[in-house]
Design a protein around this ligand. Structure first.
Ligand code: PBG
Length: 333
């Protein structure tokens, strides 16, 4: 049509000033889109984390202060990740459902002191498991190979979820990738009158090298083997839709894609295919690539972070977990 009328089409008109660009902007990021992951430990001190410059392993007092600041900046949710001492790690990861454990105490401290923010808890065994895997490990006596036991692990994840719900968690987020865990956790929660606790499922969690710095922060790397028999193959896209269908059928409230930046196509495909809200996790490796390049003066940190988050939201994420949440909330505020 435009050819027939021979009107020159000039898309640049819609970019001509800040005001016009604001009018036609399709994607807007707000602090309420951001979820802040925070590391916690048993000590009274707040420790800088060597493998993740700019992040801190908080004491419970430090956590309360940090969460209060985040809440004041408009952030609506955070996730505590516990660093458990070697003494607390066992093959069956029993510490993960100890009602006096680090995570339940952190939840209670936040609920008492910063009631305005939602607590999302990571549900998986790796911080508590002496093998460093997300599930219970068994060694095949003949081949010597490790197996991650699916259903035995789910029984423990249900206890862990209940423990978090009892302490006051608003959302439990299973990050373990066992088959069928969302449905079993839903049943367990409902049976104990926690039908209002949400499940944010790590639906498409890929076996990714980008998690390296996080495992350094928690000293939670697998002692042997890798996570490829439960986390997804980075080469697969359709499989994410299969996982999403299953999680939705099992009662998940929010579906997550992780990592975010290298998997924007998966975010977009899930957004298209599913009605449920979609979360995306900008993981530790994505964080560090920006931090390292900015530290050396090679890129502008603030602008690059903003662009990376806008890209994730544009692809279809309703909410983004990012270690930059507080910095960005300050900037957006
Ligand atoms: C644990 C868990 C991991 C991350 C979040 N939850 C590590 C893993 O699966 O090995 C990674 C987060 C990040 O890299 O920022 N199940």
């Amino acid at each position: 049509m435009s050819e027939k009328l021979s009107i020159p089409i000039r898309p640049r008109r819609n970019r001509k000033s800040q005001g016009i660009r604001g009018l036609v902007r399709e994607t807007v990021l707000t602090p309420a889109d951001l979820i802040l992951p925070l590391f916690i430990h048993e000590g009274d001190d707040d420790q800088a984390i060597e493998s993740m410059p700019g992040c801190t392993r908080w004491s419970l007092d430090g956590l309360v202060r940090e969460v209060a600041e985040a809440e004041a900046l408009g952030i609506k949710a955070f996730v505590p990740f516990p660093a458990i001492s070697d003494a607390g790690k066992t093959p069956l990861a029993e510490e993960c459902f100890n009602p006096e454990g680090l995570v339940p105490r952190a939840i209670r401290a936040i609920k008492e002191n910063v009631p305005g923010i939602s607590v999302i808890t990571d549900v998986a065994l790796d911080p508590y498991n002496s093998d460093g895997h997300d599930g219970i490990v068994e060694r095949d006596e003949k081949t010597g190979e490790l197996r991650i036991l699916n259903d035995e692990t789910i029984a423990v994840l249900c206890k862990q979820s209940l423990c978090h719900a009892e302490a006051g968690a608003d959302v439990v987020a299973p990050s373990d990738m066992m088959d069928g865990r969302v449905g079993e956790i839903r049943k367990a929660l409902d049976s104990q009158n926690f039908s209002d606790v949400l499940i944010m499922s790590y639906t498409a969690k890929y076996a990714s090298a980008y998690y390296g710095p996080f495992r350094g922060a928690l000293e939670s790397a697998p002692k042997e083997g890798d996570k490829k028999t439960y986390q997804m193959d980075p080469a697969n896209g359709r499989e994410a839709l299969r996982e999403a269908d299953l999680d939705a059928a099992e009662g998940a409230d929010i579906l997550m894609v992780k990592p975010a930046g290298p998997y924007l196509d998966i975010v977009a495909r899930l957004r298209e295919a599913m009605d449920l809200p979609i979360a995306a996790y900008q993981v530790s490796g994505e964080y560090l690539m920006i931090k390292a390049a900015a530290r050396d003066g090679w890129i502008d940190e603030e602008k690059t972070v903003m662009e990376s988050l806008i890209g994730i939201k544009r692809a279809g994420a309703d909410m983004i977990l990012t270690y930059f949440a507080k910095d960005m909330a300050k900037r957006l505020g």
